[in-house]
Design a protein around this ligand. Structure first.
Ligand code: MN
Length: 216
């Protein structure tokens, strides 16, 4: 995990606070409804932050960047893993979405890398969808870059992520999808496949490409 300091969230450290979104709660409609976004941001994300601050209060780990803690998360209390992951994952997630776009596709250097490492966009979409749908219970699907600059698709349970030492496949996330029911239940109920398919229209490929290019 050589490049962890490059990630924009590396400055997250101590006294964690709810980040502002760069768009309105209704900006992602009709893919994600405003009520879901508001509850997800002000209640779920806020709860991870409150519980993370509580878990780190008086703990020596409080003085280290959150992303550094992920590299030794197996040695820290479960509350730091669950709520630290929850805070980072959501902070990250908000940035990789935007208002719906028709024919929303990656381009440029990122597109070339998807072609090279994953066999093209359709293969990527298939693998990402599979990762999201086969994650039993709650978790996340990810597109990440490994230490050699190669893209890979994976999923993690609960609020784990590929930056953590417990991850099966470690790397630096450039795209993530929350597949906890709280992320989609109001609009999609049990239809996780429809949620995952619709998500493709709101991926902020500019943001994903920017993250990718900073890591290679
Ligand atoms: Mn969530």
């Amino acid at each position: 995990m050589k490049k962890i300091e490059i990630l924009p969230e590396f400055s997250l450290q101590g006294n964690y606070e709810l980040p502002r979104l760069s768009y309105a709660y209704n900006a992602l409609e009709p893919i994600i409804d405003a009520k879901t976004m508001e509850i997800h941001h002000t209640k779920h994300h806020q709860a991870y932050i409150d519980n993370l601050n509580k878990a780190l209060s008086g703990h020596e780990a409080a003085s280290e960047p959150l992303l550094s803690l992920f590299t030794k998360i197996s040695t820290l209390p479960a509350a730091v893993r669950n709520n630290g992951g929850g805070h980072y994952n959501h902070t990250f997630f908000w940035t990789v979405m935007q208002k719906p776009v028709d024919n929303n596709l990656p381009y440029g250097v990122l597109k070339d890398a998807i072609d090279r490492d994953l066999g093209g966009f359709d293969k990527f979409a298939e693998a990402f969808t599979q990762a999201a749908l086969t994650r039993f219970g709650s978790g996340w699907a990810w597109l990440s870059v490994d230490d050699n600059g190669k893209l890979f698709v994976s999923s993690t349970p609960n609020q784990d992520n590929p930056l953590m030492d417990v991850a099966e496949h470690r790397g630096y996330p450039v795209l993530g999808l929350d597949v906890w029911e709280h992320a989609y239940y109001l609009n999609y109920q049990n239809r996780r496949p429809d949620y995952v398919k619709s998500f493709m229209q709101i991926i902020n490929w500019d943001e994903v490409a920017g993250r990718y290019e900073s890591l290679i």
